[in-house]
Design a protein around this ligand. Sequence first.
Ligand code: HEM
Length: 404
Amino acid sequence: MSDPDDAADFNPDDVDVFTPEIARCPQATYALMRDKCPVLYRGAGMPFGMAIISRFDDVMFALRNPDIFSSAMDVQLALGTERPMIPQQIDPPEQTRFRKLLDPYFSRKRMSALAPKLRAHANELIDRFYDEGECEFDAAFAIPLPCIAFLDLMGLPHSDLDLFLSFKDNIIRPQKNHPDAVDHGLIRADTGKQIYAYFEDVLRERRANPTEDFLGYLVQAEIKGDRLTETEMLDICFLQILAGLDTVTATLGCNLAYLAENPAHRQQVVDDPGKWDGAIEELLRWESPVTAIPRVLKQDVTLRDIDLKKGEMVTLLIGAANTDDDEFGNAQDVDFARSGNRHIAFGAGAHRCLGSHLARMELVVALEEWHKRIPQYQIKPGETPVFSAGIREALYLPLVWKPN
Ligand code: HEM
């Protein structure tokens, strides 16, 4: 769609919410979709599913009814996996068994314990570029910090940072490290094998020498005699790489881009760091870095008079749901003191994000430490940030400030 603000020109066939141009500032497009085509049916052959659902109520209906809107879809080939990833590509009740085993480890208390070490790492990263008065935020901070947090969670050495970054890039965006490659499926399949092999080795070691980290927990986790098998552990670890790294990276980039362009909002948290929790929740709602999640229909269903058929893919547009005026008062205002902010940036229902406490801890640590050191900054004059579609990572976010 050429101009999302021009409602008069609106033609549902032109809507493509998954472009880098729209990803930079998607909220106006979301509003048009909710208003003009809340269930946008496309039919076969469309890249992100055959129907896109954008109103909060409809998205919640889908998330709360996994018996109709299933997560068990055949996307293995696209991600280099050999089996469904656990628990995201499994439906309840089987999925519930995994969440019972995994949820206790990801408690708020346990994740908070990782914060002091991460604060130190955040400052080490800032030390590397602070005196230069500028950095490309994605590469310098938003990519490495969540990966360091991930390695600490897993109990893996920081020397494996580059290896993990290549794992996730080769699966999610193989063109980044292989610009000339023709067959991305091969790169994904090969990387998938390396990921399984890496974790097979570490899990063997953990069984021999149990530890307190997440991988040590996995080999020991038990509820009433029920324990995870080796393949289940591998399918859990695979998902951790895909779910836990890019999501936080993208959220940090979206947040810094917003705060760079909205200095009055930034000043609120600089003046009163006690406002960070509210600011982070509001930015998760407004920016919704994970814009959409896929489902496949297990049965026919009619939504807003549109008939959807068993077997069809649907895309739940989380970003549009989170900016729906029917659910959020003054939804188009970014209000760091918003009360009752029940956003669904972490999803909802059975598959609600396993790592939300970890993610929130990482966001608080990263944003607090950054703003202690660099409270005033802007997007480098003359430069334009570049965002990716789908997961809204700020792939290019040049920032400048005056060092002391
Ligand atoms: C700000 C950062 C994050 C955002 C916005 C986010 C968002 C989401 C969303 C929307 C879902 C639901 C997917 C669905 O229903 O299909 C989800 C699920 C999940 N997330 Fe996150 N996530 C974040 C960080 C993390 C982190 C740090 C981890 C772990 C280390 C993680 C692990 C998972 C897992 C394992 C699931 C699947 C849960 C299940 O299917 O039961 N996420 N996340």
